[in-house]
Design a binder for this molecule. Structure first.
Ligand code: NAD
Length: 469
């Protein structure tokens, strides 16, 4: 069995104890993740703090070249990493799965390398000169979830390094192996200590979020844990970026053609088996076209192939872990008991071993059902009937989550206007979940603080220094 190692100060570090990482499709152990001790966390933060002293002073051009090199390294190792990712995460190799995730990781790294943080001159005349400079923050602790572990790791690590910070990353205990391997590959292109990785159970995370030498925490995960990260950082006033949960609504407007939209709506909701922060998690459909939308969506969904991710034909894999499986199953059961009607799926007992949950569409869902009010994070979409668009909008905005949302219509201008009234970080028209490395992305309300991607995202890894004379 392959024993993985931490990477601290450019060197692999073996640990006395390990955590077996199961394959969610089969239950077999994929590999053994190292269990870092408190001493390892200290060593990693110290190495990053030492490396920061010189990395912060490297030229912009050197840092740009180093980050472009990270993109090349990811590309060169993409197939190896995609297979490891499928084994521990469950997502298919093909389609919108592991190869897609690695392609995104390389694209994000490559684009982020090209970004600049130019000095802004506010005044430069006989009366004086004022400049705004962007400085790196220091040691950044990155804490990542199990749904898109490699893409999210790149979203955290590359802008941090591009801006002159150094990093200690801690992956989720559910999917640590692909991150340990990817960081080993990336760090070989950087000076020792600039990029370090530690893994273990959840209990090591607070050692990072409270560490006095960590200046910033970038966290992607649940809102509940995000609150703990914020509280933990209070004593040392840490800079924070929090990308948290979502319960994105999609609103179909009257007069829309289901055949033109079903495929996009489906993948907006079921990408990565619904285990995506900005997936479409509740769909509001007008009374007049409700039955037609249900029929067309169910027809499309019935053809999607669920299976072991290593099977090149699979389009969706299992849920990543038993806790997630039980949560989705409980929410669907509660909705059925409260009157929701499964158009497809809704009964995991029909299926095989592994955490496979069938693609599920729930008609006649309504507010008050857990699957409408909470984040299901799984392959079960509630479809809610409405008769008044303003009422649908009010329901969409009633959530404490506010990550994304979408409006669907054959009249895109009308949809655009309604989209602007959705309370969320990104509102899409006739699409859901599309993101780009040059466009900021983040949640509001309980979905997070700050943004990632593009210039705005890069600035989150800096502090401002004003020079004034
Ligand atoms: P989680 O909050 O359970 O875990 C996320 C990470 O936090 C893991 O690495 C975990 O080890 C760590 N952690 C656990 N306890 C901690 C603590 N006390 N302090 C600091 N870190 C701690 O989330 P998850 O179940 O891995 O991920 C699913 C959630 O993440 C969903 O709610 C989803 O919407 C959200 N998510 C959000 C985005 C986004 O960009 N907004 C992206 C992906 C996932």
């Amino acid at each position: 069995m392959n024993e993985y190692r931490l990477l601290i100060d450019g060197r692999p570090v073996a640990t006395p104890e390990h955590l077996p990482v199961p394959n969610p499709a089969t239950g077999e152990t994929v590999g053994l993740a190292p269990l870092a001790t408190a001493g390892h966390i200290d060593q990693a933060v110290s190495a990053a703090a030492r490396a920061f002293k010189s990395w912060r002073n490297t030229s912009d051009e050197d840092r740009r070249r180093a980050c472009a090199g990270l993109a090349e390294r990811i590309t060169a190792a993409a197939e190896e990493l995609a297979r490891l990712l499928t084994l521990e995460q469950g997502k298919p190799l093909n389609g919108l799965g592991s190869r897609f995730e690695l392609g995104g990781a390389a694209a994000w790294a490559g684009y982020t390398a090209t970004l600049d943080l130019p000095v802004e001159t506010v005044q430069n005349d006989a009366q004086g000169r004022i400049e705004i400079h962007r400085k790196p923050v220091g040691v950044v602790a990155s804490i990542t979830p199990w749904n898109w572990p490699l893409l999210i790791a790149v979203w955290h690590v590359v802008p941090a390094i591009r801006a002159g910070n150094t990093v200690v990353i801690k992956p989720s205990p559910w999917t640590p192996l692909s991150t340990l391997r990817m960081i080993e590959i990336m760090a070989a292109g950087l000076p020792p200590g600039v990029l370090n990785v530690v893994s273990g159970r959840d209990d090591i995370a607070p050692l990072l979020t409270t560490h006095p030498d960590v200046a910033k925490v970038v966290f992607t995960g649940s809102t509940e844990t995000g609150r703990k990260v914020m509280a933990a950082g209070a004593a040392t006033l840490k800079h924070l970026t929090l990308e948290l949960g979502g319960n994105d609504a999609g609103i179909v407007l009257p007069g829309s053609d289901p055949k033109a939209m079903a495929e996009r709506i489906f993948w907006g909701a079921f990408l990565n088996s619904g285990q995506t922060c900005a997936a479409l998690k509740r769909l509001y459909v007008p009374d007049e076209s409700y039955d037609a939308f249900c029929d067309v969506l169910a027809g499309f969904a019935a053809k999607v192939k669920l299976g072991n991710g290593l099977d090149e034909e699979s389009q969706l894999g299992p849920l990543q872990n038993p806790m997630q499986f039980n949560k989705v199953a409980a929410m669907v059961e509660q909705a059925k008991a409260a009157g929701a009607k499964p158009l497809l799926g809704g009964n995991p007992a029909e299926h095989r071993k592994g955490h496979f949950y069938p693609v599920t569409l729930l008609a006649e869902a309504e507010a008050g059902m857990r699957i409408v009010d909470e984040e299901q994070f799984g392959p079960a979409l509630p479809i809610i009937r409405y008769s008044d668009v303003e009422d649908a909008l009010a329901q969409a905005n009633a959530s404490s989550y506010a990550l994304g949302g979408s409006v669907w219509s054959s009249d895109p201008d009308r949809a655009w206007e309604l989209a602007s009234r959705l309370e969320c970080g990104t509102a899409w028209v006739n699409r859901h979940g599309d993101i780009r490395p040059d466009v900021p992305f983040g949640g509001i309300k309980s979905s997070g603080i700050g943004v990632e991607f593009g210039r705005h995202g890069l600035e989150e890894y800096t502090t401002i220094q004003v020079l004034y004379r």
